[in-house]
Design a protein around this ligand. Sequence first.
Ligand code: NIG
Ligand code: FE
Length: 395
Amino acid sequence: MTTLVTGIGELVTNDPALGPGPLGLIPDAAVVVADGAVAWAGPRSAAPGADRRVDLDGRAVVPGFVDSHAHLVFAGDRAGEFAARMSGARYDGGGIGATVAATRAASDGQLRGRLHALVAEMRRQGTTTVEVKSGYGLTAADEARCLRLAAEVTPETTFLGAHVVPAEYAGRRADYLALVTGPMLDACAPHARWVDVFCEPASAHAFDGAEARAVLTAGAARGLDLRVHANQLSAGPGVQLAVELGAASADHCTHLSSADVDALGGAATVATLLPGVEFSTRSPYPDARRLLAAGATVALASDCNPGSCYTSSMAFCIALAVREMGMTPAEALWAATAGGAAALRRTDVGHLGPGARADLAVLDAPSYLHLAYRPGVPLVRALELPGDAPSDTAG
Ligand code: NIG
Ligand code: FE
């Protein structure tokens, strides 16, 4: 079964071979979808035939968002912590312990219900690929449980046993590190593609450079690829460690030294910016222009989690990146799609060239510019084409 999607007022392909600019823009476009993949994309006037036709009446189409950083397996609620921050309290990761307690106490069914609801909420807002981390279990059994659940909704599963040192290990950091790099990793590696660590010497709850190196090298030895929570609260060692160890992505990058910017500019490690976190923790936004000028590949992601940022909206992140981080609307959309794909080392998503997965996101607007131009308005959704192969967020 092939489907011809017509009436696309503006198509963003992220394929420079198909149209001008990094966005590969095509006005008055059409796309042919076959077996869940893009078979053809181009001007409507040149479109081949297909078994059936869907008309979008002039709406813009962009690649589905690739949200490369999210924490969706959890229980409980920390709205009170958010309210306290808005009255001046600082974020230091200490609230993570409350989510750990609630997550451990929750049943599989409760965790699964929240996880699937969040993935569906993302899909309704145009996200078609999402990475999901553990990190709220922090025992071998609870971390493995969270990763098994995450694998129900995405292949992009990340072991984050090194999120914080849990309360029962207070004063015994070395023992917890031995657990994370030993039995917990053994239990989790079969369910994870990635290993991550909250590298933040400025937080008593998180891990310093030496500890983070131990976690990442242990994960790599078990065949996991690397990503790092880096430089969120201070200009620490996280970014340069991520680059040195060949991590796919350094995430947050809120506080960057010139050496950090230079390192990201000369590396394959993607700089993943999470502007919803700066919004929700009242922190200074990093300057994306500095990174782009240095030649870094920039991604945008939601960091959807109950503590530092409880949004699932990539459109909101795009609007913040444009307004607060100095990105153009085109750069921000690219970062939320192709940039996210680069951060996950995926070539089948984040663009709509031939062979890509047919993850089309449709806007109730004539141009992608409306993503930032109309902040907070629910304009974008994943296009559902009945009968096509399911995508990563079909959970
Ligand atoms: O990416 N910084 C560490 N981890 C998460 C927040 C987790 C939480 O506060 O529950 C983050 O911001
Ligand atoms: Fe995070």
